[in-house]
Design a binder for this molecule. Sequence first.
Ligand SMILES: NC(=O)C1=CN([C@@H]2O[C@H](COP(=O)(O)OP(=O)(O)OC[C@H]3O[C@@H](n4cnc5c(N)ncnc54)[C@H](OP(=O)(O)O)[C@@H]3O)[C@@H](O)[C@H]2O)C=CC1
Ligand SMILES: CC(C)(CO)C(=O)C(=O)O
Length: 296
Amino acid sequence: MNVAVVGAGAVGCYYGFLLAQAGHAVTLIGRPALVEAVGAAGLVLERAAGTASVPVRATEAGDGVSGADLVLVCVKSGDTEAAGAMIAGHLDPAATILSLQNGVDNAERLAAVLDRPVVPVAVYVATAMAGPGHVRHNGRGDLILGASKTSDRIAAAFTAAGIPTTVSARAVDALWAKLITNCAYNALSALTQRPYGRLLQGEGVVAAITDVVRECVAVAEADGVSVPPDILDTVLDLGVTMSGQRSSTAQDLARGRASEIDHLNGFVVRKGAALGIPTPANRLLHTLVKLAEHKD
Ligand SMILES: NC(=O)C1=CN([C@@H]2O[C@H](COP(=O)(O)OP(=O)(O)OC[C@H]3O[C@@H](n4cnc5c(N)ncnc54)[C@H](OP(=O)(O)O)[C@@H]3O)[C@@H](O)[C@H]2O)C=CC1
Ligand SMILES: CC(C)(CO)C(=O)C(=O)O
């Protein structure tokens, strides 16, 4: 396949590497430092098994998607519309477009910009950029791909490339379950800069997380989403299995970058308002993170 990755960061570089290593022609669309580094040394993946590099094409330009059969959009949720506008005029009519992003409405928002279907993908991976063109893998890597005409073929190609992938007509339910986890941990970890294990030990934290999760479940169910009945246990378990982890929102704030909070707790607040469901705990977390993003 000809594959284009729009947003060559931690997620895009990880999946781009595995697809290139499996023999697919991969083009990364990213920032100038990434393009320069990949041009000089290839795309580097560091993981428990060792560090390796593959040669891939890299460009800053939206026309990097020209001729691609498959386009992976991997930008942060706040960049979805801009990334869509950048590639809109260059897409092959037969290309399949995947949104590999957290949050539940990126595929829908991207589809509105592109005026064509976009397949939502739930991404279960832990990766981070160690430097331009150098991605570090910290765990997992499996995907749940929404259903489409080409999803089964893509899932087979991904799985053959070392990316365990299943197809589900209810990928959005999986995205919601992930969103609920993000709503529970991301803001609290960001505001306190605590990893999840120490966060859960804080006074009142489990009760606060329980409130957040209950609000999210009420909004999801009012929106027709099916949430697993044991979601609260799943959320609390993550704080044990990933006890040393700080949320991506904590990492964004520590680097002085805008976070995805508008698309996490902020999304639940907006959706709840539209559906008549009160979301005071999510509203407060959203507001506090917005204040922390703009300290001056
Ligand atoms: N990292 C992880 O382990 C996981 C991340 N996710 C989700 O995946 C999505 C991507 O996350 P992640 O890869 O970590 O984010 P990153 O910030 O590492 O990667 C996104 C990259 O896209 C670049 N970018 C944004 N807009 C453009 C554009 N128009 N043209 C070219 N490059 C662009 C960004 O540059 P710049 O920074 O300069 O804007 C950045 O390098 C998010 O929704 C995240 O929540 C989901 C599961 C796990
Ligand atoms: C699952 C979790 C909470 C893990 O850190 C995450 O997705 C994030 O940090 O954004």
